[in-house]
Design a protein around this ligand. Structure first.
Ligand code: SF4
Ligand code: SF4
Length: 99
């Protein structure tokens, strides 16, 4: 059963994955919320396509499955913000820090 906690979603401070459909201005994520997947800290929401999508505000981490990150708390991100960087055919949470 999930632990009862109150947390703010960690904002995405920057993302340079310009080929992602949710990237705007080359450095901003406009997905409403991303999922960061385990075991490696990939942005699972990364998507290449002909159309751009997303919302007006910049995105945040909705869920994170990387439980060996020191910022991971009950499979959510407790960092004050994250930076995401492009890496070949995917994008990685650069704020990841091993426990
Ligand atoms: S790779 Fe992830 S963090 Fe970057 S713009 Fe796409 S959805 Fe947002
Ligand atoms: S900082 Fe850690 S807990 Fe937060 S999204 Fe990145 S990998 Fe997940």
């Amino acid at each position: 059963m999930p632990t009862s906690i109150t947390m703010q979603m960690a904002p995405i401070k920057s993302c340079n994955a310009t080929d992602c459909s949710y990237n705007k201005s080359g450095n901003e994520c406009h997905a409403m919320a991303i999922t960061v997947g385990g075991p490696s800290p990939d942005c699972d929401t990364f998507m290449r396509g002909p159309n751009k999508g997303g919302v007006e505000q910049t995105g945040a981490v909705g869920a994170c499955k990387v439980d060996n990150c020191k910022y991971n708390r009950n499979l959510e991100c407790s960092a004050g913000g994250v930076d995401v960087v492009a890496s070949r055919n995917h994008a990685l949470c650069h704020t990841f820090s091993a426990k």
